[in-house]
Design a protein around this ligand. Structure first.
Ligand SMILES: O=C(O)CCC(=O)C(=O)O
Ligand SMILES: [Fe+2]
Length: 280
C-alpha cells in the first residue's frame, strides 16, 4: 500500500474537508465526535450488538459482500438514541448541501449501519456505494450519495480498517484498484472518513481478532430509493421524538422537485406532507 488518505484535524472547517474530498474522493477528520458521545453511543448500541443475528440471503455475492464474520445493524436511532445528534451534525449537513443539493431539492438519509468486523473476516471486494443504484455507465452519471465512516473503535491495519482508493472518483469506468492505488483508513476511535459515493473502497480483513466497529451512514439524492428502509426499521414513536431535521432526512417530509429540478413531488402522505403525522 503506497497511497494515503489525508487526515484533517478535528476542528477542520467545511471548506477544508471539501478541498480534500474534491481532490481525493475521501478524507479523514480526526476526533470528529467527542469521546463522551462515542461512549454513550457504544453503550446504547451494545445490547443490540449482543443480540445480533446474521441474515443469510442465500446469494453468495451478497452474503460474501456482507461478510460471515461481520455484524451489521440498521435502525440505528431506535437502538442508540444518541445517533440522532450525529445524523444532523452541522458540519456533515453542510458537506451534504455542497455535494448533493446541486442535483436534488432535498436529500435523504440513505442508511445507517453499524459494521462490526470480527477476527477471521476477509477483505470485501472493492466497490462504490453509488453502485447501489443501476446507473451505468458510471462515467458522467454524477454523484448519487455520500458516505461517512465513523470509527466506533480504533481502525487498525490488522483489524479491518476500511481500504480505499484515493482519487478513484475521477477514474474511467471499469478501472480496478491495484496495490499501489490502495490506502487504508487507519484512524483512532472517534475519527470519521468522509467518502464520496463514487470513490472505490472495501472493508479490510481482520487478522488480529480485535473487533472493528464502524458507524457507517450515508445520504443520497432525495429522488432515489434509500438503501435502508427506515420507515420499517424505526417505529413511528421513535421518529416522533426526533428533531424535525432528522425526521425530514428520514423521509417524513415531502420531496418537492417543482422548483429548480423541474420535476415532481415524491413521498406524499395522504396527498400532503408526512409532516402532518406529527402535527396532530
Ligand atoms: O466496513 C467497511 O469498512 C466498509 C463496508 C462497506 O463499504 C460496505 O458495506 O458498503
Ligand atoms: Fe461500501
Amino acid at each position: 500500500m503506497v497511497a494515503e488518505v489525508r487526515v484533517l484535524p478535528g476542528d477542520a472547517g467545511v471548506a477544508d474537508i471539501i478541498g480534500a474530498v474534491d481532490a481525493d474522493g475521501v478524507a479523514i477528520v480526526a476526533d470528529f465526535v467527542a469521546t463522551d458521545w462515542l461512549e454513550r453511543f457504544n453503550a446504547e448500541i451494545q445490547p443490540a450488538v449482543d443480540r445480533a443475528k446474521r441474515y443469510v440471503f442465500g446469494n453468495d455475492a451478497i452474503d460474501g459482500f456482507l461478510g460471515d464474520r461481520t455484524i451489521r445493524l440498521h435502525g440505528l436511532v431506535a437502538k442508540a438514541p444518541s445517533f440522532a445528534e450525529l445524523m444532523i451534525d452541522e458540519r456533515l449537513l453542510a458537506l451534504m448541501d455542497r455535494y448533493l443539493l446541486p442535483r436534488c431539492s432535498s436529500y435523504l438519509f440513505s442508511a445507517g449501519e453499524l459494521i462490526e468486523i470480527a477476527g477471521g473476516e476477509t477483505a470485501q471486494s472493492f466497490h462504490i456505494d453509488d453502485g447501489s443504484w443501476p446507473v451505468w455507465p458510471r462515467a458522467g452519471a454524477g454523484l448519487l450519495q455520500m458516505n461517512v465512516m465513523l470509527a466506533g473503535t480504533d481502525f487498525t491495519a490488522t483489524n479491518g480498517a476500511t481500504l480505499v482508493a484515493p482519487g478513484s472518483h475521477l477514474w474511467e469506468d471499469g478501472r480496478e484498484p491495484e496495490q499501489r492505488d490502495i490506502a487504508q483508513a487507519v484512524m483512532p476511535a472517534g475519527s470519521a472518513a468522509v467518502i464520496r459515493g463514487d470513490c472505490a473502497h472495501a472493508g479490510g480483513a481482520n487478522t488480529d481478532g480485535v473487533g472493528r466497529r464502524a458507524i457507517s451512514f450515508s445520504y443520497c439524492l432525495g429522488w432515489l430509493r434509500t438503501v435502508e428502509n427506515s420507515y420499517l426499521n424505526l417505529p413511528l414513536e421513535v421518529v416522533a421524538r426526533l428533531p424535525v431535521r432528522a425526521r425530514e432526512l428520514l423521509g417524513y417530509e415531502i420531496y418537492d422537485g417543482s422548483g429548480r429540478e423541474d420535476s415532481g413531488v415524491l413521498g406524499y402522505y395522504e396527498m400532503g406532507s408526512p409532516r402532518a403525522l406529527f402535527e396532530a
